[in-house]
Design a protein. Structure first.
Ligand SMILES: C[S@@+](CC[C@H](N)C(=O)[O-])C[C@H]1O[C@@H](n2cnc3c(N)ncnc32)[C@H](O)[C@@H]1O
Length: 207
């Protein structure tokens, strides 16, 4: 697994996923591999937003999920996007300047704060981390009653895709989240797979 500095480098101004081109690369990826998963993720996310909702977005990047929330025109109490890449946050802040109930914060998501949320989301981040089940469990514990956790992440596809896809992922400091890790998640979960197994949508409900 990659070191944190390698991951930051991937998303830096000089990295392969150059923060400045990220949104274009992201749109291409969505079209190729995750259109249905992302559509279902967005539908679930929007359906669960209430005026009282406090939303946490882990690894918010350039603010793609914030854009989805704002486009829905639904009212929410707060949105907090967290990311450890200054270059990605800089773009998010430029796209969404000065929105009263929106905070974009630089922090490492592997060290959760104690605060609880109604909606915790994360898209395409887990494959950069280690021991994802522990991280997912720790955030599931930070769900308010009747809250929802929705994560989209990369998993190992069928072998004839994995065979050439895996070496490419390494260039981006990524590893698919393994079935073992998914099974280790302690909370009751709903798992849906898309695009020959490349994309997984995980849902956990707060107790
Ligand atoms: C593939 S991008 C996803 C961005 C956004 N969620 C999206 O769907 O487009 C992964 C993001 O996770 C961030 N990231 C990776 N590991 C992180 C960590 N340990 N703490 C905070 N952010 C992290 C990277 O900086 C990057 O912005």
């Amino acid at each position: 697994m990659a070191y944190k500095q390698d991951i930051k480098d991937v998303y830096s101004k000089f990295g392969l996923f150059n923060a400045r081109w990220y949104d274009q690369a992201r749109a291409l990826w969505t079209n190729l591999a995750s259109r249905k998963a992302e559509a279902n993720f967005t539908k679930l996310l929007i359906a669960n937003i209430k005026p009282s909702s406090e939303i946490l977005d882990l690894g918010c990047g350039t603010g793609i999920n914030l854009e989805r929330i704002l486009n829905s025109k639904k009212r929410f109490r707060s949105y907090t996007g967290v990311d450890f890449s200054d270059d990605m946050l800089k773009i998010a802040r430029k796209k969404f300047p000065k929105i009263e109930n929106v905070a974009l914060i630089r922090r490492d998501i592997t060290k959760p704060s104690a605060k609880k949320y109604d909606i915790i989301i994360s898209t395409w981040v887990m494959s950069h981390l280690e021991e994802q089940s522990k991280i997912i469990d720790s955030y599931a514990r930070r769900l308010n009653k009747k809250g929802i956790l929705l994560f989209v992440f990369l998993t190992k596809p069928v072998w004839y895709i994995d065979f050439w896809f895996h070496p490419i992922l390494r260039l981006f400091a990524c590893e698919p989240v393994s079935e073992d890790e998914i099974q280790k998640i302690r909370f009751r979960k709903d798992i849906n797979k898309y695009s020959l197994g490349i994309t997984t949508l995980l849902m956990i409900r707060g107790k």
